[in-house]
Design a protein around this ligand. Structure first.
Ligand code: B12
Ligand code: SF4
Length: 479
């Protein structure tokens, strides 16, 4: 049987996620990787609803036109409801199509996805290797092999299998080449701020993603990665990564690793190789502040290789908070890392975290941190225990929303706040306003095209207003 496989990335449902995607929209990398497992005589298409103005209409017309036999959904926890809706549409329009769901939510909360009427099976962990097994089973007309990795939803063993922790990472998840030809790459962009005084063509250049590793050995309490990866760190061959980068027409590359700079020797070789081969690209990557402090020379080298913007999870400039998050980096390392990157003239995306038990004085401390760290692109999140983890399960009776996963965008609190919600979100929105006023492009007087300037300012104002009124999305008793 020749299969037609449709891999779907759902659209963002929460207005906050929609705003984020209007500023930074990356390609559907997981779907492109999984498509790498599907080879002739089978056919595969990617349906990226994140780029559609009318996603439901677009999805229905793809189903009607392509008539897939296998439809796979994937996405963040906050997109799970959308996936359910899309899978129900699939069942209605194509009752004989097989449906499945994978990705971070299915991997961490499999029992949430137990809807045998709309999902035939769930994949936890790597979808590339899983898809190879699924396709072989369908080709041979055999039933799917059941495991804690591939879970048929109607199986009597489902609950037992779903209780197990997620399966180990698989090398296919990093060694497979993404099928970028299946999407329109011109639809994906990031924000890049340019150098001081520079005139830039666009604030939102086209970008490609590259994954050089998966997993992370650290155990930050707000992050699901160590739960999914069991503390393992899989690394791709440096030569392979460099070859892939060299082959890309895009000038900007976003590393979608969980934590790119864990193995500093490997990252050194990668930068040296990029320089030796004369590959001139601009890179965006996450890095930990302690890595920057211990290896400033590595970031100097990467700057020469083209590193443009470093995302740092500072979380806080207070040791007490960092310890509470099990960050294993100190406030002084955060300050030092900031200095090192400042001297290297590298732009920074500074991620800071707000705790639901923050009082006025804590918000004021974050305001001071903004002034200290600026200029930077700032992102503020509200500490929320990651779905699926022990901490999440232990907090269940405290949640202030019926469905915490639906709200899991790290901007909606799922835990009760010490301040009344209205006050909490007023302070929270002030942080975004203060951060927006200190972006590198503004502080460094970079000349932007007017349309990009307008998009940034209007989009930012809309987002700020959403934050300011966020409390209204909760039961009145918490206001
Ligand atoms: C890069 C990244 C981003 C990018 C976007 C990436 C993209 N391509 O669109 C940016 C920076 C924009 C981003 C934003 C956000 N992110 Co983010 N992000 C990541 C990160 C670091 C890597 C994701 C990635 O692309 N990995 C590479 C792909 C190939 O891996 P993958 O998606 O896991 O896919 C594999 C399997 O899961 C499986 N699979 C996936 N889909 C499917 C589908 C099927 C059918 C099958 C069979 C299998 C399958 O197979 C794949 C190959 O092995 C992860 C960390 C992580 N480990 O997931 C966080 C992560 C996904 N992000 C997270 C969050 C919370 C967010 C934000 C809400 C944060 C915020 N407030 O700003 C926003 C929301 C964005 C939105 N659109 O709504 C959380 C999600 C937690 C959750 N339970 O939902 C994560 C897990 C981080 C964390 N520390 O907890 N993110
Ligand atoms: S270092 Fe980054 S990827 Fe690793 S556990 Fe902490 S937040 Fe997660």
């Amino acid at each position: 049987m020749n299969l037609k496989v449709l891999l779907v990335r759902p659209h963002a449902f929460l207005p906050t996620s929609q705003w984020l995607q209007s500023m930074l929209r990356l390609e559907p990398y997981a779907q492109e990787l999984i498509a790498g497992a599907i080879r002739p005589p089978h056919d595969v298409r990617i349906c990226d609803l994140a780029v559609e103005d009318k996603p439901i209409d677009a999805f229905q017309s793809v189903l009607q036109e392509y008539q897939p036999n296998l439809v796979g959904f994937g996405g963040f926890s906050s997109q799970f409801h959308t996936n359910r809706e899309l899978a129900a549409i699939t069942r209605q329009l194509l009752p004989n199509a097989i449906t499945c769901i994978g990705g971070v939510h299915a991997s961490s909360m499999p029992t949430d996805c137990k809807y045998p009427d709309i999902f035939d099976f769930i994949v936890r962990g790597d979808g590339v290797s899983a898809m190879k097994i699924v396709i072989t089973a369908i080709e041979k007309n055999e039933s799917l092999p059941e495991s804690d990795w591939i879970l048929p939803t109607a199986s009597p063993n489902f609950d037992k299998l779903a209780m197990k922790s997620p399966p180990a990472l698989h090398l296919d998840g990093i060694n497979t080449l993404p099928r970028r030809e299946l999407v329109d790459m011109s639809k994906y962009f990031c924000i890049c701020y340019g150098k001081p005084g520079e005139k830039i063509d666009t604030l939102f250049p086209e970008i490609a993603c590259v994954r050089t590793s998966a997993g992370c050995p650290n155990r930050c309490s707000f992050c699901v990665v160590h739960f999914l990866a069991k503390g393992k760190y899989l690394q791709r061959d440096v030569e392979d990564v460099v070859e892939e980068i060299a082959s890309l027409p895009q000038k900007y590359i976003y590393f979608v690793d969980d934590e790119t700079f864990i193995n500093t020797n490997r990252m050194q070789r990668m930068a040296e190789m990029l320089i030796e081969r004369g590959i001139k690209k601009k890179y965006i990557s996450w890095a930990r502040s302690d890595t920057v402090c211990k290896h400033p020379e590595l970031f100097d080298l990467w700057k020469k290789a083209g590193l443009e913007l470093v995302y740092i999870g500072f979380e806080s400039l207070e040791d007490e908070n960092l310890n509470a998050y099990n960050k294993k980096a100190t406030a002084s390392q955060n300050r030092e890392a900031r200095e090192i990157l400042r001297k290297l003239n590298l732009n920074i995306h500074a991620a800071l975290m707000v705790n639901p038990d923050f009082e006025e004085k804590d918000f004021l401390a974050v305001q001071r941190a903004i002034k200290e760290i600026a200029p930077a692109e700032f992102a503020f999140t509200v500490y929320s225990p990651p779905p699926g983890t022990q901490e999440f399960n232990e907090s269940r009776d405290k949640f202030i929303c019926d469905d915490p996963c639906f709200y899991y965008d790290c901007l909606h609190t799922i835990l009760p706040t010490k301040l009344p919600l209205k006050k909490f979100y007023r302070y929270f929105s002030i942080l975004y306003a203060l951060g927006a006023a200190r972006i590198p492009a503004k502080v460094n007087k970079v000349k932007l095209p007017l349309r990009d300037h307008i998009k940034f300012v209007l989009g930012g104002m809309k987002f700020g207003w959403q934050m300011y009124r966020m409390y209204r999305e909760y039961d009145r008793k918490y206001w």
